[in-house]
Design a protein around this ligand. Structure first.
Ligand code: FES
Length: 178
């Protein structure tokens, strides 16, 4: 029998760790859930951070060396950061029914990229995830960096994407004037 899981503090107060924690709880913090949990971390953060690997290792009671081994063995995991901002679109059933495909198309159009791509300027990476466990209240769900954009609609999401893209233009413009 496995020992009772230790309560491990997440690496930061970033709300996305609650989603990861929820996933681990659903699996009873069982070590066999390692790949599933790493998928969740990557889906919502865009890549696997060292802090994240340590957190998952401690929470699931798996040796850190094994967690690193899994993270580096499978080609679908990456330890490299994506674009400056990440935008995660939930493609789960509940979000789908509530309009996620239209929201995803709006992001693709505004940013000029498809899922798993990063804009040429490195400003935004578009990712997709299966159910993030937030659909009960927030479908369709998008997550921008550490912020959940619940009940996402095409207009507000387009504005948000353009703001991210524009923030780079503004910072470049101010650099040019220095
Ligand atoms: S289906 Fe999107 S959060 Fe559950």
């Amino acid at each position: 029998m496995l020992p009772t899981p230790k309560v491990v503090a997440p690496p930061s107060d970033d709300k996305r760790w609650k989603v990861v924690d929820g996933m681990m709880q659903r699996h009873g913090h069982h070590p066999d859930a390692l790949i599933e949990v790493l998928h969740t971390v990557q889906e919502i953060f865009g890549f696997l951070t060292e802090d994240g690997l340590r957190y998952v290792a401690a929470s699931l009671r798996v040796p850190l060396s094994k967690v690193y081994g899994v993270a580096t063995f499978y080609h679908f995991f990456t330890l490299k950061p994506p674009g400056k901002h990440t935008c995660v679109d939930c493609t789960g059933t509940a979000c789908y029914i509530k309009g996620a495909p239209a929201v995803l198309r709006a992001v693709e159009k505004a940013a000029g990229i498809k899922p798993d791509e990063t804009t040429a300027d490195g400003m935004l990476s578009l990712l997709t995830a299966r159910c993030l466990g937030l659909c009960g209240r927030f479908a369709p769900v998008m997550v921008f960096d550490d912020q959940v954009a619940g009940k996402a609609d095409t207009e507000s999401i387009t504005k948000r994407v353009l703001t991210y893209m524009g923030s780079e233009c503004e910072s470049l413009a101010s650099e040019e004037h220095q």
